[in-house]
Design a protein around this ligand. Structure first.
Ligand SMILES: Cc1ccc(-c2noc([C@H]3C[C@@H](O)CN3)n2)cc1F
Length: 329
């Protein structure tokens, strides 16, 4: 079987939200290839936290079964966090259903989630080695559905400031053109992780080998592209007027600045290039703009988020354990 759902951007394409039905209840979730928990706002949250959000009410689902004693607690790259209890229910995405999916019910979460009222929770599409359910971690929606899919894959066709698509079980030829450039992934850390051994700066920039570059992960749940400090410094050294602004939390530059193209290696065979203008992430006002390339704060992994992914058609191949990018159709 195959299924397809829309991916709708929030402001600044900061995240993409997709419709999911859980126990017959429709919710809007942030699909995140950088984590492996499926959690939702639930009616056990204080109303001060759930105001403005759609909440899942297990008592209204005829198919919900509690997983008594199980708990979960998760923290995200930006410091946001959530915790709660666990049950199992039927989860449907684009007509594709897992009957017995672990569903994590938030009964406590950090402010950023409360304020983000379009978002009713997250759906992890990483590997369940990083699922946080204790004492027995549970599989993701994709891991559960994979054996029933026509192809053991899902694709992300995110768009800049427009509605895109997640597709499960097929690589839709109508969504891309030319070859898909694959790299093998190492899922041992729970991510869609691959080496990124070089980068390019400028339209005819030579490829800079980067033997010390951290491996990269494809992360639909991260808005920006977070790079090793030496790489991001090398880029903004080419942008006149760029500086690191502590108050804004990263590199800013004059909105009128000329931005060089930037390319990152996807494994050793392909360099994904972003046009300079695609690196202007947000206009902060006063002629100051915030960059889409920022530091990974020495995390030891480079995070290729939506600023990169929204310019490509991305294939997450769970069968062959590989990740691929292609030009959009
Ligand atoms: C308010 C809010 C905060 C964070 C996130 C978030 N979702 O995915 C991720 C990245 C970072 C890494 O943790 C896994 N993928 N971050 C979503 C939110 F709605």
């Amino acid at each position: 079987e195959t299924g397809q759902v829309t991916a709708s951007p929030e402001q600044n394409d900061s995240e993409y939200l997709s419709p999911v039905t859980i126990g017959g209840q429709p919710l809007t979730l942030d699909f995140d290839t950088g984590s492996a928990d499926l959690w939702v706002f639930s009616n056990s949250l204080p109303s001060s936290d759930s105001a403005g959000h759609v909440t899942f009410d297990p008592s209204k689902s005829s198919t919900f079964t509690p997983y008594s004693g199980a708990t979960w607690q998760i923290a995200y790259g930006d410091g946001s966090s959530a915790t709660g209890s666990v049950g199992f229910d039927s989860v449907t995405i684009g007509g594709v259903t897992v009957a017995h999916q672990a569903v994590e019910l938030a009964d406590n979460l950090s402010g950023a989630f409360v304020q983000d009222t379009q978002n009713d929770g997250l759906l992890g599409l990483g590997f369940s080695t990083i699922n946080t359910i204790q004492t027995q971690r549970q599989k993701t929606f994709f891991e559960n559905i994979m054996p029933s899919l026509a192809l053991p894959v899902f694709t992300a066709n995110l768009q800049a400031d427009a509605s895109g698509t997640y597709t499960f079980g097929a690589i839709d030829a109508a969504q891309y053109s030319g070859p898909i450039h694959y790299t093998a992934i190492d899922s041992s850390a729970g991510f869609w992780q691959f080496p990124s051994p070089s980068y390019t700066i400028g339209s005819n920039g030579a490829s800079v080998p980067c033997t010390t570059c951290s491996p990269a992960i494809a992360d639909t749940g991260t808005s920006l592209v977070l790079l090793d400090d030496d790489v991001v410094a090398a880029y903004y050294a080419q942008v006149s007027g760029a500086s690191q602004d502590q108050s804004q939390g990263g590199y800013v530059f004059p909105c009128s600045a000329s931005l060089p193209d930037f390319g990152v290696a996807i494994g050793s065979g392909y360099t994904a290039v972003l046009a300079g203008k695609e690196i202007l992430y947000e206009d902060l006002g006063g002629g100051v703009c915030y960059g889409g390339l920022q530091s990974n704060a020495g995390q030891g992994v480079q995070i290729f988020g939506d600023v990169l992914l929204r310019h490509f058609f991305a294939v997450f191949d769970g069968g062959a354990k590989r990740f691929g990018l292609a030009k959009k159709a």
